[in-house]
Ligand binder design. Structure first.
Ligand code: AMP
Ligand code: MN
Ligand code: MN
Length: 319
């Protein structure tokens, strides 16, 4: 993983930076924006954090998260806007264009293979399990100290994007960096406790309700969970990685979560290496990684479910 001179040059002298997040921010984008911004802050930078949606309550434990704001608009003066984990400008709901109009240089740091290269500086590493790995390498190259707060943010970023160090994107580098972050003060038991062991009994019962809706194709290769609007509270859907359950069925090669809200269906796709699910998502205007991708499609739920299942079946047949 090579941090280029161009990337390093962008962070050379102290400036005013906006750390700009993508829609429905997750641990990888928030952990990396916080880690990098905190490090820059100690070097004399003026840093603000924000994006189109607020941080989810389940990530309230990330050090510095209280500084991440939902932004209506981006206003200058601004020298640099940093985006992490964001493959395309649409995933900022217009905020990136506003940042550009302030005259800010756009720095795009990401691990999605389908990244559009929209920045003035672009650094894309599809082999990185998480953008968290890249920001760790960047901080090393900058000679920035890894404080416990920074370590916790980066460790959580990597933790989430690797399904707690379980997915096929995990490499020796993932463990090397994970180990360094633990040595620097990230506490694995604290992080997994915060992520997975803060449910209410009510939330556990809702999870049970949701799981009864999982369906599996006759050949066992496709499993899906379709949630009509209002069937399960949004707070439950947002705090549970529901697509992991249909994927956990042994015979399943592609799993899918479809959730309807405000007339659109948010689709999450997961694979096990047989087909590139980001290509299925791309057919519906989305994208992602070979084994984890998504798209948002206009409803109704029944038609989207049928269309997505047809595309999954075609992908499985074509391989
Ligand atoms: P999710 O299913 O929302 O956890 O997303 C899994 C992966 O797919 C992430 O890497 C996202 O960046 C990507 N992804 C999800 N939704 C979209 C979308 N509408 N457009 C492009 N990429 C998406
Ligand atoms: Mn993300
Ligand atoms: Mn990511």
């Amino acid at each position: 993983m090579a941090v280029t001179d161009k990337v390093l040059a962008a962070f050379k002298r102290p400036q005013r930076a906006l750390m700009l997040g993508h829609v429905h921010p997750d641990a990888d984008v928030l952990g990396t924006l916080l880690a990098l911004g905190l490090a820059l802050g100690t070097r004399g930078w003026t840093v603000a954090w924000g994006g189109p949606h607020p941080a989810p309550p389940m990530l309230a434990f990330l050090p510095g998260i209280e500084r991440y704001a939902r932004l209506e608009r981006v206003e200058g003066p601004l020298d640099v806007a940093v985006l992490t984990d964001c493959p395309n400008p649409e995933r900022t709901e217009g905020l990136l264009d506003q940042a550009r109009r302030t005259g800010a240089a756009i720095v795009n740091i990401d691990h999605h293979h389908d990244n559009r290269g929209y920045g003035d500086v672009n650094w894309v590493e599809p082999g990185a399990a998480a953008t968290g790995e890249m920001i760790y390498e960047l901080l090393m190259a900058l000679g920035a100290p890894i404080t416990p707060a920074i370590a916790t943010n980066l460790f959580t970023a990597i933790h989430m994007d690797t399904g707690s160090f379980r997915y096929s994107n995990v490499t020796p580098t993932t463990f090397r960096i994970g180990g360094a972050l633990v040595a620097a003060g990230a506490d694995p038991a604290f992080v997994s406790g915060q992520l997975y062991e803060r449910r209410s009994l009510e939330a556990l019962r809702w999870l049970g309700q949701a799981l009864t809706r999982i369906e599996v194709s006759p050949d066992g290769r496709v499993a899906w969970l379709a949630l009509p609007a209002g069937a399960i509270p949004e707070t439950i859907i947002e705090s549970e990685d529901l697509v992991t359950y249909p994927r956990s069925v042994e015979s399943v090669r592609v799993a899918c979560l479809l959730r309807e809200r405000n007339g659109v269906v948010k689709v999450s796709l997961r694979g096990k290496g047989d087909v590139d699910v980001s290509r299925i998502a791309a057919q519906f205007g989305g994208g992602g990684h070979p084994n984890a991708a998504g798209c948002t499609v206009p409803g109704p739920l029944e038609r989207v479910t049928r269309d997505v299942l047809t595309a999954i079946r075609a992908a499985l047949e074509a391989r």
